[in-house]
Write a protein that binds this ligand. Structure first.
Ligand code: 2RA
Length: 329
């Protein structure tokens, strides 16, 4: 298997390499790819050094799989070029997610939709992946009518510049700003850019991607996305309204049997998910499970995951594993 990692020197690209190594993904030839300024540099993978290639060099090598995390513009321009030489692209940008005919995959939920013909496969946004992984089995059992989600997002979701901004501010050092405002000792209700409807792009990703993955445009979703001074993972307060009645024991039972989900839910022992503990883990953690007593069939959840792992790199590598296992590449 020839595997290209496009954006190999970026934050998500580095985690992709780490996850590929950890999961022992079978690679005969690794092709790290990055922008012109990194071409020729060396990166290390499983104790060996590899030279970083340009996008056109990588296309010439005709990889079987290309994991992309290099931004939407690069993906729009280059994913079709890889597709043209027979590569299957798994893309972490938002470029293809809502394009009709392109599949938006969280393997535990909908990998069965994939066929050999899918040459550009979209990885959902981090905040969507962790939420839908928990919601999919609950939707199946009790049918979700409405979702109200508020996110508490890690600076690592913005990128290295934001991680550095937080570190600089904590150390009292002046430096470049990734945000319009200080992030240390702050909460910024502004993730990605504002749209005409008053929501941010990040908030609308939660709306549109959730409906697409759960294959149900009738689910009403409203979101508020907030950046907070953590770097290990995203947290989400999720309020649900179901069509059917449920018992909390049924919810806990379903979630404790859901692949990729870990229940951390015991108020007696102060057990609940937190980003400091979800960091560097591949699972999605859920807790604070309780009825919303203000509405019929209402439920509250608190969901946490490492946004660079299950929210990006791990999910992409799991898609690649599914393709290989089912002879789809
Ligand atoms: C974030 N949506 O802002 C991003 C990362 N994909 O956290």
């Amino acid at each position: 298997m020839k595997v290209a990692v496009v954006g190999a020197t970026g934050m998500v690209g580095e985690v992709m390499l780490k996850v590929l190594a950890e999961r022992n993904f079978k690679i005969d030839e690794l092709i790290p790819v990055a922008s012109e300024k990194s071409v020729g540099k060396q990166i290390s993978f499983k104790d060996k050094l590899y030279t970083v290639h340009s996008l056109s060099e990588a296309v010439e090598k005709r990889p079987d799989i290309a994991l992309f995390s290099a931004g939407g513009d690069t993906s729009l321009e280059w994913a079709p070029k890889f597709e043209a030489v027979g590569t299957t692209v798994i893309d972490n940008s938002s470029a293809w997610r809502m394009v009709e005919g392109k599949k938006l995959i969280v393997p535990e939920i909908n990998a069965h939709l994939l066929t050999k013909e899918d040459k550009i496969i979209a990885n959902p946004n981090c905040s969507t992946i962790q939420m839908v992984l928990v919601l999919a089995p609950l939707h199946k059992a009790f049918k979700i009518k409405r979702i109200v989600v508020s996110t508490y997002q890690s600076v690592s979701g913005t990128g290295l510049k934001a991680v550095q901004q937080l570190e600089n501010e904590m150390n009292g050092v002046k430096g470049d700003m990734a945000y319009f405002y200080p992030i240390h000792r702050n909460a910024i209700p502004h993730c990605d850019v504002f749209l005409e409807n008053g929501y941010t792009k990040e908030e609308m990703k939660l709306v549109n991607e959730t409906q697409k993955i759960l294959q149900d445009p009738s689910i009403a979703v409203t979101a508020t996305a907030v950046r907070i001074p953590t770097s290990g993972g995203h947290s989400e307060s999720v309020n649900l309204e179901f069509e059917k009645e449920f018992d909390l024991s049924e919810i806990r039972n379903i979630l404790s049997n859901t692949e990729g989900v870990v229940l951390q839910d015991n108020t007696d022992t102060n057990t609940y998910p937190m980003p400091a503990f979800a960091h560097d883990k591949d699972e999605v953690f859920v807790g604070r499970i309780r009825k919303d007593t203000s509405v019929k069939n209402g439920l509250n959840l608190w969901i946490v995951a490492d946004n660079l792992r299950k929210g990006a790199a791990t999910n992409a590598v799991q898609i690649a594993e599914y393709l290989v296992k089912n002879n789809l590449v």
